[in-house]
Design a protein around this ligand. Sequence first.
Ligand SMILES: C[S@@+](CC[C@H](N)C(=O)[O-])C[C@H]1O[C@@H](n2cnc3c(N)ncnc32)[C@H](O)[C@@H]1O
Length: 462
Amino acid sequence: MTANWKNRTLWTGDNLDIMRGMNSHSVDLIYLDPPFNSNRDYAAPIGSQAAGAAFKDTWALSDVDEAWHGEIADREPALYAIIDAAGLAHGKGMKSYLIMMAVRLMEMHRILKPTGSVYLHCDPTASHYLKMLMDAVFGPGRFRNELSWRRSNPKSHGKKNFPNCRDIIFRFTKTEDCTFNQVFGEHNPEYVRTAYKYREPDGRRYRLLPLLNPNNDRPNLTYEFLGITRVWRWTRKRMEQAYQDGIVVQLKPGAVPQYKKYLDESKGRTITNDWRDIEQAAGNEYIDYPTQKPLALLDRIIRVSSNPGDMILDPFCGCATALVAADRLQRQWVGIDLSSLAAKLVNKRLRDDAAGKDAGSGKLFFEIHHRTDIPARTDLGPLPDYRTHKHTLYGRQEGLCNGCRVMFPFRNMTIDHIIPQSRGGGDHLKNLQLLCGACNSTKGTGTQEELIARLKAQGLRN
Ligand SMILES: C[S@@+](CC[C@H](N)C(=O)[O-])C[C@H]1O[C@@H](n2cnc3c(N)ncnc32)[C@H](O)[C@@H]1O
C-alpha cells in the first residue's frame, strides 16, 4: 500500500492521532525513541540552539485515555494482561506509561510493510515490559535482537547504584521475510596487528586459520595431507590446488597445515548486538536537544533495515536525527513530534545538512511538508454507512450505554465515534460505540476519557 503523505513530511502533533490516519503497510522502517519513563521532565539549556525544547516523562493514569485501555482489552487480550501485570508489580505510573506505548505500538505494527522492521530505543527502566509488549503486538518469533548501545557518558541512577551506560534497542520485524543488509565495521588496528601478523613479500597482510573439520564423522574428508591425517574442511582436490596456489601452508614439518586469510579480502569487523563504537552526539552535530541521539547510530540502523527509496518513520522524532540520517542515505522519511519547536529545529537541521553542514547559511534543495492536520486513510475503500452497525453494537454492549453503563432500549441508543471524526477517527466498527442520548451530548466532540471524567464528577459512573 502506498503512503498517504509525501516524502519529507514533518507533522507536529500527537503521533497516535497521526499514525491512526496513515495507511496500513505503508512504511518500511520505524525507529522510535520515545520517553523512557525516566520520571523526570526534560528541557534544553537556555541559550542553546534547542532552547525551549521540552518534554515530560512522568506518567499517571490521568495522562492516558481510558478508551485506550478498553481498545487494548478488545483487540489484544495478551497485551492487556501484560499491562495489568506490570501495573500490579510496578504501580500506576508504569501502567500508564505502558498503556501510552501499547496503543502506539499497535498502530506501528499496522502501518509497517510485511518486510518492515521496528527499532524501539529504551533503557532498563521499562525495557523488560516493553519487550513483552512488543512480543504481544508482533507475535512469537518476531523478536530479532536486543542491541546494546554503549553511551560515552553514563547516566547516574542515584548514589547506591552502578551508573547505567547502556541503552537498549529492540529490533522486531513484521514477518520472517525482512530487509536486512549486513554491515561491517572497521577492524581495530591493534587486532589487525596481532591477528593479521603475517605478510607476503609484497606487504599483503594475512592470518592463518585452521583447516580442521569440526565434524569428526566425515569419512570422505578424512585423508592424509602433508604427512598429517585428519578430518579436513576441504576435499583433497581443493586442498591440493590451494597448496599449489600458496594459500595452504605448513609452518614446519609435522605441523597441521593452515590456510591464509588476507586482510584485504575481509569484509571488516562483524557487527554484533553490542554496539560500543558509536559515540554520543558531540561537536557541531550536538544541538543540545534533550536526549538527542547520534547520527551514526541512525545511519547504521537505516542502512541495515532499509534500501534507498524506502519510507522511514520516526514517530518521536525530536530534533530529527533519524530524518537527517535517512535523507543522507536517499531514503524517504516522515517524522512526528508533539513539540512545535522540534519542527523548527528539524527544518534548520535539514537545511544546514543540505548545505554541507554550514550552519545557518543553508538553502534547502527540497521542500519539507510541515503538517499539523490529521491525515485521512485512503486504503480503507468505501466503508458502509456507520449507522448500519447499530444492531451489532447493541448486541456487543448487551444493551448497556458505554458511558453511564445503564441499560437502554435500542431506540434510545445513539452511535458515537470513540475517537472523534475531528481527531482522525474513522467509520469502521472498531471506532464505534453506543451511548445513551445524555452521554452522547455530554461527550460532544471530546474524547472517551473526558466523558468518563465528567460522568465520574457527576457521580454517574464509578
Ligand atoms: C527522546 S526524544 C527523541 C529524541 C530524538 N531521537 C533525537 O535524536 O532528537 C522524545 C521525543 O518524543 C516527543 N514526544 C513525546 N510524546 C509524543 C507524542 N505523543 N507524539 C509525538 N511526539 C512525542 C517529545 O517531544 C520528544 O521530542
